[in-house]
Design a protein around this ligand. Structure first.
Ligand code: FES
Ligand code: FES
Length: 208
């Protein structure tokens, strides 16, 4: 089977760095020629980290201490998804525009596609897997469930983490304030009405 060389990383949606193939946003399957990592230096980093440039990081993720060796160029989102297996955090645009990758770092939301894993060294990171009490749902998750605040669910982890922070800062937001607070999160299913409704319901549930 002929091998195609993959194109720039920004063309791809949610690629799987640990596999030999990469799902393209256009639906085509591209095969990474691992014998020629220079074909795409960014993705090649997953396969051949520079020798001698590995750093040790210690991060508390969802309350659990983690220690790993990482390439200095490794993104936080890849560290979470590929090294720790926390795949609830999604990669949408990979360019800091969609908010699918939002996690909390030391209590503040960050786009983990735009943050290096080494920048999280010594931090406390919370992903969607760590937001709920064990065996239950957080009030924001509950409200998204009750108000049909998700369709395909791809944006949902980032939305919920963002809403969580929004409601901590403003426990009684107006609809306009919710829309303003969520402007960094894009829902490709365009289900904004119910996302806003769910956020207002979560605010009410948290206040009562
Ligand atoms: S993947 Fe879109 S903002 Fe990070
Ligand atoms: S529910 Fe599909 S992208 Fe938001």
């Amino acid at each position: 089977m002929p091998t195609e060389i993959i194109g720039p990383a920004w063309k791809f949606c949610n690629y799987r760095s640990n596999s030999e193939s990469v799902d393209g946003a256009c639906g085509r399957v591209y095969t990474l020629d691992t014998s020629r990592p220079e074909a795409n230096p960014r993705l090649a980093n997953h396969y051949s980290p520079r020798k001698g440039a590995i750093l040790n990081i210690q991060v508390t993720v969802n309350g659990k201490a983690q220690e790993r060796e990482v390439d200095p160029r490794r993104l936080l989102v890849h560290f979470l998804r590929d090294d720790l297996g926390l795949t609830g955090t999604k990669i949408g645009c990979d360019t800091s525009q969609c908010g699918a990758c939002v996690v909390k770092m030391d209590g503040k939301t960050v786009k983990s596609c735009t943050c290096l894993a080494v920048q999280a060294n010594g931090s406390d990171v919370t992903t969607i897997e760590g937001i709920a009490p064990e065996g239950g749902l957080d009030p924001v998750q509950e409200a998204f469930w009750d108000n049909h605040g998700l369709q395909c669910g791809f944006c949902t982890a980032g939305m919920i983490i963002t809403v969580d922070e929004l409601l901590r800062k403003n426990p009684n937001p107006s609809e306009d304030e919710v829309r303003e607070g969520l402007k960094g999160n894009i829902c490709r299913c365009t289900g904004y009405q119910n996302i806003v409704k769910a956020t207002l319901a979560a605010a009410e549930a948290k206040r009562s």
